[in-house]
Design a protein around this ligand. Sequence first.
Ligand code: AMP
Length: 397
Amino acid sequence: MQTIDSLNFSGKRALIRVDFNVPLNENFDVTDNTRIKAAIPTLKKILNDGGSIVLMSHLGRPKGGPENKFSLKHIVNEVNKLLGTNVSFADDCISENAFAQSSSLKAGEILLLENLRFYKEEEKGDETFAQKLSKHGDVYVNDAFGTAHRAHASTAVIAKFFKPGSKCLGYVMAGEVASINKVLNDTQKPFTAIIGGAKVSDKILIIEQLMNKADTILIGGGMAFTFVKAMGGSIGKSLCEEDRLETARELLNKAKSKGVNLFIPSDAIIADNFSNDAKTNEVNIETIPDGWMGLDIGRKTIEQFGEVIKNSKTILWNGPMGVFEMSNFEKGTKQIAFDIVEATKNGAYSLIGGGDSVAAINKYALANKVSYVSTGGGALLEYIEQGSLPGVKAIEG
Ligand code: AMP
């Protein structure tokens, strides 16, 4: 796989697809600059080599035309602050003016193009649009992992307009790909996957794929109750996807036939309503009374899951064990996070990915105590489900 370290950008114009889809407040200030920060090493490498840079990204979900609230001009100051330079801005990504600006860039200069999704051609993966965009650079760098599972014009289609040796992955993408490879292909055994979150339906494909790789799969969160009901348990008014009961049974059978340990929680913290102030109790997960709902895993499960995690050499965690946003139902998620940290200290490789487990690991300030925290939830899941991503394949092709 061609990565940025194998190229020298001296005298070259790098066209970089970054993920600057950052949250803005009502004054259009950036409220979380994590994604911009993540791109800085890639930008610095190119500048240090003596190259110039054209940045392209999307922001939000515009309806297919310019909208002030989705303009990337709002983030120019933040990029300047983080990079310590003056970034110029093109108020359209394919206008004559934009091409005049990009073609006059000198070494060390950076141009940010306006939101790609102001053209509906971007999400359609339109070839003519991709070809136009390709004129902004001599080398194409894809560093937008968050959108690498989309075959959009700027994330995948554009790569065909650059020769091999003139396209590569940036540091963010290369780091993500290396981390997934370490978990899925270069796996130290035993490998434990921890899958939680709200819905079984979102996680069926990933569970199926992981059955080909993992020794143990721990199921937690709201999705566990569909499995419990499928096995004949009483779950009260806990989350349940009635139309997935058969799927849950199939997954349980498949695990058995493949010799994979698929563990469902044995106990739960239950509440009489979905609130931090609700009355609570701790019960066997198969005997939740009517009118009560399970909102976290119980102490027995925490201990069982913890033992498995601490004896693992490779760990993948996607999705919280309970409603960790509420202090009375965060214990399971929090303890699992600390167990992963302990396993990592003892030499395990741990990859945390998917929006809410990343939010959890950040809530407990443990991000730098695990091996890798993925920056792209959907992209990570799809990579595991499909074995690659359009954005990665495009660079290989
Ligand atoms: P997902 O986006 O599918 O990973 O789901 C994450 C969300 O699931 C979080 O906001 C959790 O609060 C929620 N969640 C986890 N466990 C439960 C549960 N037992 N009941 C309801 N929601 C839950």
